[in-house]
Design a protein around this ligand. Sequence first.
Ligand code: NAP
Length: 261
Amino acid sequence: MDFAKKYGPTALIAGGSEGVGASYARLLAERGLDLVLLARNTAPLALTRIALQRQFPDRKIESAALDLTAPDMLDKVRAVTAGKEIGLLICNAGSCERNEDFVDNDLGFAQRLATLNVMAPMALAHEFGRAMKARGRGGIVLMGSFAALAGSPTLAVYSAAKAFSATFCEALWHELAPFGVDVLHHQLGSTDTPFIARHYPQQVGKGDNPDTVAAAGVSGIGDGPLLRSPGGAEFAAYLNSMSRADAVRAAYEAGKAFMAG
Ligand SMILES: NC(=O)c1ccc[n+]([C@@H]2O[C@H](COP(=O)([O-])OP(=O)(O)OC[C@H]3O[C@@H](n4cnc5c(N)ncnc54)[C@H](OP(=O)(O)O)[C@@H]3O)[C@@H](O)[C@H]2O)c1
């Protein structure tokens, strides 16, 4: 398969300035795709864009600073991508930096997290998936988490939003397959990203390598609807072997171990 012909000429990476998103960006440029990278903070975004442009002088690497949870997000993305053929959409941004019981946290935080993981990928998949379907080729990747394998106490909205993402991807995968568009839910376990270093420093050095994770994703875009990082299939089988009540308790214990490092 000619990767750039199938998924090019341009990939849009929502959350492409660091971690798994930046690793995807590098691997996609390596495979011949131009890039549009989105993130909120301008400095890391510019650093990543400049580094990639130096490494891949023949590719067109662009970036735009925007918040995927802002009400005018889609208008801004349309402006940035105007005139470009987005053949691959990667929705990477989605992490949760708070671990608190749902009712003890503020509702605004929960709503932003749901917007980031549900409404924003939905809007982007609708916008670019339509064009891909019309063109008869393309790919969509939404990033998930093992936290979705059961309702995860202290991560209630995060785990539920990622479960939405997994189910949504399955349906899109079936709907778009006849039109040559691949859809993948890329479900990650603990991964050593800058986000983790900032918010869960006790986990640094313990998770998967973002480059390895992204390499599996790039190779697996056509093998949807679900790709799990190592350990995910075993964790899912373990949780499925018990009652849902016990699965939730087990997810809680796994989360506690994660917090404790
Ligand atoms: N790391 C893990 O252990 C782990 C485990 C399971 C699943 N995952 C999933 O993997 C994905 C990547 O995780 P990550 O650890 O790299 O952290 P992340 O914060 O979800 O992703 C980092 C990228 O997203 C951007 N971003 C975050 N919020 C944004 C917003 N509101 N608008 C625009 N851009 C935004 C970040 O830049 P700015 O901050 O500058 O905006 C950065 O480019 C997420 O979907 C996460 O749920 C991660």
